[in-house]
Structures are given as C-alpha cells and as structure tokens.
Design a protein around this ligand. Structure first.
Ligand code: MN
Length: 337
C-alpha cells in the first residue's frame, strides 16, 4: 500500500535516550533485556518560527523530572520546502537561552546557527550542533541561505539538555560536530530468530563490508568507541541504523541506565525477553525500565503504518535502513531545577 516507484521500503528511524539512577539498586534482580516502562503517545506538530514544523516528542513530560536531564525534544519530520526566493529567511530570529544546552541534529536540509558569542555555522545531513547556553546566549536558527534557495526535504531534531546546577552559569560554548567527526561502529543482526531474543548474545561488531547496521557515536561511547561531543553530564548519544527488516538486533548498553527509544521514522518492535514485545509506532517514544543492559529492537518484516508525509520522497536511498538514536546519562545527581 505504501510502495512507491523504485522504493522497496521506507527507511525507519528509532531514537533512544537513556539516563541512569545509581541509587535505584534494583537492577541486580532484573533480566538482562531492557523492558518497556511506558510509551508516550505521538503528539501534534506545531511551528517554531516559520522554518521548523516540529512534534513535541516529550509531550506533557517535557520540563519534568521524569526525563531529566533532557528537558525538551522537538522532532521536525520530513517536510518539503519550496525554494525561498524572498528576502525573508525561514527559521527563528534572535531569542535567548540560559542554563541548558541545545543539541541539533540535521537529517535532511541545512540549518544555520548564529549566536551572541560570535559562533556561526551551517550543519547538513548527519551533522550536529551542540550549544551550551550556560549563563546566557542569544541564538538564531534559520534554514541555510544556500539550501533555502534550492528548497527540498527538511528534517531535523533538537534536544534540550539541562545543565547540572553547579554548571548552569558556565561560559557559553558551541560545538560544530560535522559527520566526518562522528565515528561509526558496524554491527550484524542478532542470529536468534525474532521473538526468541534475550540472552542470545549482542549483535557482533563487524567491518563495513559485512554491515547489517551501524552505530554512530555523537556523545559518550559504544563498543569502546568514543564520540566527539563534550558534555557536562555523562550523556551518550548514538544513532543506530538497522538495515535488515525481520531480524532483531541486540545492543549492549551500560548497566543502570534509563533508556528512551524514539521511532524517528517507521515503526519497530522492542523485544523484551521471551515472547514479549512492544510495538513502537513512528514518532512515539518508549521509556524503558532501569534494569537490564540489552536493548533489542526489531524492524518488522511487514511494513507498519507510515504517516503520509513520509511518502513524499527523499530519504529512501538504498542502504539507508533503520536508523536508531540512543542517548544515555550515567548519574542523576544534577540538582536540576
Ligand atoms: Mn534556539
């Protein structure tokens, strides 16, 4: 029903975040496979300025302690912008930020950043901007001038990460993390059959030639490979791409981490041991239980319902697969307010 000319299937993206509470002390009795605690519903989109049409993924849990240190998460789903021939740029003009960080990931299109400490930069597909507002910054974000002239599909997300109380007034910082600085670990699918996942062993790392998926490390680490972002709290942020539908993957995460899983594009099943699994619809986010170290996503064999906007082309290149983003944090002694 969703097949398009020359497009066998649409790529899926899953976005995962994990935070850890060491005081919980409950993980020793838990299974190694992480279980779903709750799935937040898909939200309605709204405009941020005139350039960013975003879904507020955290819904009514945004700015609550439940997702600390993450405050807010906007996902700008793929949207076509016609060439902008006017002198009016699309985006958000000068606005202030203080006491937290904004992390912008570009998937399609280009975002241009400028701020009051003189940083300026353009990020394109695969690039990341990590801005620490600290004691205060004036920020502006627009479609890049060059990209806006040609127009096309635009897709990005922005995550707000709280700063620990003792670092809230830190000096503002800007990190321009281009895709060439973000290392990739290639992985194979889990050899166990779907539905039988659990203790079958983590997805092995492999060479690019044998790759059935990949993990890009923006911050923190995966499989001993470290990402480039400097963070004020131990946040791990990974983009994982899963290429083989109908198989499971088994990702090993640090113990005592909360994990959030966001389906950026398409849907997934999250295997939870035995036959239990939870379906994750496109653009919904799963909050995982604390215990366990194995996250077992499975792109389904049959194509799940895909919102109409995803049919409009773009992003269907061969090998694009099922990307997944993981963000993790190791402690909760933040004193966030
Ligand atoms: Mn901003």
């Amino acid at each position: 029903m969703f097949a398009r000319r020359g497009v066998p299937s649409l790529p899926h993206t899953l976005l995962v975040a994990s935070l850890s509470a060491r005081s919980a002390g409950a993980s020793t009795m838990s299974s190694p496979t992480k279980k779903v605690k709750t799935v937040l519903p898909t939200t309605r989109p709204h405009w941020v300025g005139d350039g960013f049409h975003v879904y507020p993924v955290f819904s009514n849990l945004a700015f609550s302690k439940h997702l600390s240190p993450f405050l807010m998460f906007d996902y700008g789903a793929p949207r076509e912008f016609p060439p902008n021939t006017s002198s009016q740029r699309k985006g958000v003009g000068q606005h202030p930020h203080r006491g937290f960080e904004t992390v912008t990931i570009a998937f399609q299109g280009e975002v241009e950043h400028a701020d009051s400490i003189g940083n300026k930069g353009v990020i394109g597909p695969g690039d990341v901007q990590w801005m620490t507002a600290g004691r205060g910054i004036i920020h502006q974000e627009f479609h890049s001038e060059k990209w806006a002239k040609q127009g096309g599909m635009f897709e990005m997300c922005q995550l707000w990460v709280n700063l620990p109380a003792k670092h809230k007034m830190t000096k503002p910082r800007y990190q321009d993390i281009t895709k060439d600085k973000i290392p990739t670990v290639h992985i194979r699918a889990n050899p166990a059959a779907p539905g039988g996942a659990g203790d079958a062993g983590a997805s092995a790392t492999c060479t690019a030639d044998d790759s059935q998926g990949s993990v890009r490390i923006i911050a923190g680490e995966y499989g001993g490979v470290k990402g480039p972002a400097l963070t004020w709290t131990p946040v791990n942020m990974l983009i994982v791409q899963l290429n083989d539908k109908g198989k499971t993957y088994q990702l090993t995460l640090p113990e005592d981490h909360n994990v959030m899983v966001f389906a950026r594009r398409g849907g997934f099943h999250l295997q939870e041991g035995g036959k239990k699994q939870t379906a994750l619809a496109p653009q919904s986010i799963a909050l995982m239980e604390m215990g366990g170290t194995q996250l077992v996503p499975a792109p389904p064999t049959s194509h799940p319902t895909v919102p109409r906007y995803l049919e409009r082309g773009g992003g269907s290149k061969r090998g694009q697969g099922w990307p997944l983003t993981i963000m993790m944090r190791q402690t909760i002694d933040l004193g966030c307010d």
